[in-house]
Design a protein around this ligand. Sequence first.
Ligand code: 2P0
Length: 326
Amino acid sequence: MKATARAHTNIALIKYWGKRDEQLFLPMNNSISITLDRFYTTTSVTFRDDLQADVFVLDGKELGGDELGKISRFLDLVRRTANYRGFAIVDSLNDVPTAAGFASSASGFAALAAASTKALGFDISNEGLSILARQGSGSASRSIYGGYAEWHKGVRQDGTDSFATQIMPESFWDLSVLSVMVEAKQKKVLSREGMRRTVETSPFYTGWLDSLESDLSSAREAIHTQDFERLGTVLERNAMKMHATTLGAQPPFLYWTGATIDVMQAVQEMRENGILAYFTIDAGPNVKVICQPADEDVVKMRLLQLECVRNIFPCHPGPGIQYLNT
Ligand code: 2P0
């Protein structure tokens, strides 16, 4: 009744931004990501008949309140499917520096989905795991797979067709993803709230949805043909559009700081000087800069010259779910 699994974080090239069902975590649009090698969560789940409640230990510290509540609600989904009533000890280690600006919820819920189903002896497909992980955090649906993945929004109301699939494995195409840390402060508008506000109030949101199919097909084709310039162009434009929707929300909000813009401009200047580098930004001020591995050192050196840059974590495409012996 015990299993351990590891899942890696991912970075969206075409963003998930907006839900059509908040309970089931059903998105308004497809998204495309790269799973990264460097940051991951390792989770052990032990189901025991003698426990009176679930226990959640994160990085050696027992957590209660909201954090435990999210884990317990997620385990309820697994228990319901397995028709099992016992509680569990969930022991998680996060090798994801929060300061690097990666959502540990993606690796966290992907690892929890894999470890909890394995502990109860489920025979579950990757798509089934992706559907389950999605219900902990949307972006977790993509962390089931290594390399390049696409989360299909699905059309059904029950979410049974809303899961990710792999576009290409990590060995197919090596890219450098530099996580550029500019700011360690807690973000002001959490992504969950930011998405909701944007969908409900931003007049720019329809523009986001209307132009998504074209971004998705460009990104898919660019990955299949290893066309870096095409991929970079579409991922940067897609990030800009996502952030533009927040400016139209009521009340408006912006995830960028001055430092974010300094990094964006440095990336655009590098391109003017012939170095192919592109940026993307999630629901916070840090920037991810994507370049070809041969340019990684020069891009890193240039960005480190900026006064606002505190640290840079270079990443590459990484693996999907791994089960570890316990
Ligand atoms: C993404 N983000 O595609 C987008 C881009 C942030 C910006 O997925 O509410 O933690 O748990 O489903 O997955 C971050 O949001 O949100 C995110 P929930 P999640 O990576």
